[in-house]
Design a protein around this ligand. Sequence first.
Ligand SMILES: [Zn+2]
Ligand SMILES: [Zn+2]
Length: 329
Amino acid sequence: MMKALILQAPGCLEFCSVPVPVPGQGEILIRVQAATTCGTDLKAFLRGHPQIPMPGVFGHEYSGTVVAVGNGAPFAVGDEIMGVHSAPCQQCRWCLQDQENLCDSIMATKVLGTYAEFLLIPERIARTNVFPKPNRLSFELAALLEPLACVAQGLERATPKAQMDVLVIGPGAIGLMFVAALKHIGVRDVTLAGRNPARLSVGEQFGARPTSLDDAAGEYDLVIECTGNVDVWERSIDYVRRGGTLVLFGGCKAGTEVRFNTHRLHYDDLTLLSPFHFGTRAVRTARNWLMHPDFDLSPLFSGDRNLADGESVFRDLEAGRGIKYVFHP
Ligand SMILES: [Zn+2]
Ligand SMILES: [Zn+2]
């Protein structure tokens, strides 16, 4: 048996004993070394999530050490690995047209349950989207591969250039990772809008100019919305210059509708993008960023927590205390 956090119902997390999974053909079992909290997990904790069945295991950001393998698995016992929680089939209509993020079966076999001592990684993911962890990269930073792959996908679509004036709205973990990635690829002017001073100061460490949304008036070449708040979605268009691009990145509640001024969309020739998830190329881009010695996301970590305190960790995140917490199950 192993210890795991089980999401019983919205707002109810239990620390339970569950059976240790056994790897089948091509699968690997890892000892989870680091599992990081994520905005998606917070949403699931607060209101449920279509991809996270309840009651069930929980958590999808991880890194670890291989402890058992099935026949034909691409790793060996003792390997230190990093990976993401899904993999495209590379055969369907979407995969064949370079839209792996929309793969028909991307969520058919996914990794869920990183808030546990052991984690089973399905064959397709082990083969496609799991990698050796370099020695000098910590387990904590390696666990950020998945959220950073989302950011890499967003930037792949947005195609930022060095001379662009970019506004990132929302200094949560994803917004902050956008700032770090934009600076890393050489974008000179990155502004970060938000209210939480502690989070804004992390953005400053990553090279952004902090501002509040009320003060961010201006005409940006590229605006990246990372709050998932419908009012901010609607306002964010006001910050885009004529001919500019708006990336609506933060997912809103199911059933949400937004209103945009059609005059602005048409006569100002705005481009609206709303990228979701990631393909294999974005995962590799994110991995390359993480392995670069000058790319350090550790200011995102708000501390190590115990799995047994899972519920209080998510209550802290709900209250806006901390950015990302790390479990070492
Ligand atoms: Zn995540
Ligand atoms: Zn596919």
